[in-house]
Write a protein that binds this ligand. Structure first.
Ligand code: SF4
Length: 310
């Protein structure tokens, strides 16, 4: 049983991704209402050496004997930049692994120069930004005392103006909290002159730390995407998984039948399906996620590849 590693998980964004937890569960300086790991139990804002690095490297070496993931991703059940050895760990992982490295962060420590330097060791950074206004930030992210929306924005501005890496900036939308017109306008004003690879809109897929919050519908996410694009933000995508056919903008019954028919005979890798059905991966995953939810297909990892089988 591994202590610091989880997965691998098949991911549309990252392909085959091996997850690494750099803090103890659940250590964070936020207590987000939508957190799928539940409420924060270790509410810290101190950068520390939370894990045994030698053990982590041994665990990764062990997994790499049987698997070559597309990404090793530092995320997990807490905030990875709270680990003060982040940069050293990424350098050590590079010595034993030639694939790509991603860090998913809540952006709270981007004001810290050492955190920004450590992130530059990765290939891809996925920082979140859920609010611009102070009151909405407090409602969404419920930060530890002393952290403000202005801290986050200052750090984000410094990070985005200096990073040379790919940045997928994630905005988590909770309906009725951070999707009001005023807040969307503020997002546009803040992001307009910032350089990011893509802006990704996400929402709840599973229950969060607070029970009565509502995930944004695909319709609402599409409206927000349109709003952002029409106000000059470039690459904006929705990464919420479609959970029903009704949510698909152009549901194609024939394509679904074809997918199920193919998988009746044998399993296919996602690359084979893309080639045979002449649809891109994003489009196919819309159908596959729904079919997986209904138990009609399984999305698995075998020999470093994502396979689909019935
Ligand atoms: S920042 Fe991430 S780990 Fe921390 S509470 Fe929010 S969602 Fe959970």
């Amino acid at each position: 049983m591994y202590k610091y590693i989880f997965g691998p998980v098949p991911s549309r964004r990252l392909g085959v991704s091996l997850g690494v937890d750099l803090v103890m569960s659940k250590t964070c300086n936020f207590d987000c209402i939508y957190c799928e790991c539940g409420s924060t139990t270790k509410f810290y804002n101190v950068r520390d050496s939370y894990i045994d690095i030698d053990r982590l490297i041994k665990e990764i070496e062990d997994v790499l004997q049987n698997l070559t993931p597309d990404y090793i991703t530092f995320s997990g059940s807490g905030e990875p930049t709270l680990n003060k050895d982040l940069g050293i760990i990424i350098k050590k992982v590079r010595k034993i692994y030639s694939g790509k490295i991603a860090v998913i962060t809540n952006s709270s420590l981007l004001n810290n120069l050492d955190v920004r330097k450590s992130l530059e060791e990765a290939d891809l950074i996925i920082p979140s930004l859920d609010a611009i206004s102070e009151n909405i930030f407090k409602r969404m992210n419920r930060p530890i005392e002393g952290l403000t929306a202005q801290n986050i924005l200052d750090g984000m501005t410094k990070f985005l103006s200096t990073t040379k890496k790919d940045v997928y900036l994630e905005i988590f939308i909770v309906e009725g909290i951070n999707d009001g017109e005023d807040e969307l306008e503020k997002f546009v004003r803040y992001l307009k002159d910032k350089k990011v690879t893509t802006i990704q809109l996400n929402t709840l897929a599973r229950p969060g730390a607070v029970q009565d919050i509502k995930p944004a519908s695909i319709k609402r996410l599409s409206e927000i995407r349109e709003y952002f694009i029409s106000h000059g933000l470039n690459s904006v995508e929705i990464i919420k998984k479609y959970s029903s056919r009704e949510e698909l903008p152009k549901y194609n019954e024939k394509l679904e039948k074809l997918i199920l028919n193919m998988l009746n005979k044998r399993k296919y890798s996602i690359d084979e399906m893309v080639e045979l059905l002449q649809k891109n991966e994003v489009e196919l995953f819309k159908y596959l996620n729904i079919l997986q939810k209904e138990g009609k297909v399984k999305i698995v990892i075998e020999n470093d590849q994502i396979y689909i089988r019935s």
